[in-house]
Write a protein that binds this ligand. Structure first.
Ligand code: ZN
Ligand code: ZN
Length: 361
């Protein structure tokens, strides 16, 4: 007897419906999804090797033998193709079987080799670049995603509190980073969201510093930027810890960054343009006399990826909407002296914004 096809879980059905309407708007008969996070978002499939082909009526999952069983467990409702080799062959077959005229793909996630092979071999089917279809859907988080992000924040915060006593003079940046990862993983994180930044003293003026075997010294600051990955979703936080007393100059920097952060969180609401929110913090920092020392954007969306839309950057016109989760992370960096960045994760709600992190700044 043939096995009854499993029903598509409501969460994925909703996302697939939205994707299909975007496909129709762009006249795409099929869409091939190559990004692992996009695949997870649309199907729940976590396998490392995968491609998902979506048409108006069907979802086909291409993977290899290592993830055959994973596919049955996680995505039993999709048509499964276990391929022997990566490369164009399996795509050509699966796409040809759909009998569509135009198949879309996200150019951010297809390499040039696959593209040129497919372009040639798919004819007369047209292969068309269509970026941002899934990215656009992922901008607004549903309840299950917000719950996962909350968990990722809680794990990161608890891990920070547990690590706090190791952040002291004599400990190295690398030791503190390792401790943070250990504490997050022991609390249920599948790993860190990214390699934690632990920057002691003057190293903190380098926004994307990598921790080394450098000792933390008395009367200095330590900048820590870390996050956890829980249920595939991430958190992203930054705190600055004072070891002993800190130079008056850095105290002033801290105060200005703190005010910029608080102003931006207070201004975050639906309808405000991302660039407008960036300006709230940037203008404050500029008027405090640190004009060109805020060298990156105010924040970014978080979710399955550490950096996703919307980007809160100078001039960005995208308007914030309920369900978006963004970081607010102003910073001021004085080369050779040190830097302060304060970062929290904020959910845009219907009325304004809710700060999802409760760890004191
Ligand atoms: Zn961060
Ligand atoms: Zn960030």
């Amino acid at each position: 007897m043939a096995k009854k096809p499993a029903k598509v879980p409501e969460k994925y059905a909703r996302r697939l419906t939205a994707l299909r309407s975007a496909m129709r708007e762009r006249d795409l008969g099929a869409y091939v999804v190559l990004d692992r996070k996009d695949q997870y978002y649309l199907t729940g499939f976590t396998g490392e090797d995968g491609a998902v082909l979506i048409t108006s009526s069907r979802v086909t999952l291409l993977t290899d033998g290592r993830f055959d069983e994973t596919a049955d467990i996680e995505t039993p409702w999709a048509k499964k193709v276990v391929r022997k080799q990566r490369g164009a062959d399996s795509y050509v077959k699966a796409i040809a079987a759909t009998r569509v005229k135009v198949v879309g793909f996200d150019p951010n996630h297809m390499n040039v080799l696959t593209f040129s092979e497919l372009k040639k071999r798919l004819k007369p089917i047209d292969l068309k670049a269509a970026s941002g279809l899934v990215t656009e859907l992922r901008l607004r988080k549903d309840a299950s995603e917000i719950a996962a992000i909350r968990k990722a924040i809680k794990v990161a915060e608890d891990a920070f509190v547990a690590t706090r006593r190791y952040i002291r003079a004599g400990a190295t940046e690398a030791e503190v980073a390792a401790r943070l990862v250990f504490e997050m993983t022991s609390r249920g994180a599948s790993g860190p969201a990214f390699g934690p930044i632990v920057a002691a003293g003057a190293n903190s003026s380098l926004p994307h510093y990598e921790p080394r075997n450098v000792k933390i010294r008395n009367n200095s600051i330590v900048l820590i930027d870390w996050g956890a990955r829980v249920d595939w979703h991430i958190s992203d936080l930054t705190r600055v810890v004072a070891i002993g007393s800190i130079p008056r100059k850095m105290e002033r920097v801290y105060q200005v960054v703190r005010e910029a952060h608080d102003r931006a969180v207070a201004a975050a609401r639906p309808g405000i343009a991302a660039g407008e929110l960036d300006a709230v913090a940037r203008d404050h920092i500029r008027s405090a006399g640190f004009g060109d020392r805020f060298s990156h954007s105010l924040g970014h969306g978080i979710g399955l990826d550490v950096h996703e839309g919307p980007g809160l950057r100078v001039g960005a016109t995208v308007k914030l909407e309920p369900g978006m989760v963004v970081t607010i992370e102003p910073g001021v960096y004085l080369p050779g002296v040190g830097g302060v960045r304060l970062e929290n994760d904020v959910l845009i709600t219907r009325e304004g914004a809710e700060s999802l992190s409760s760890l004191p700044l």
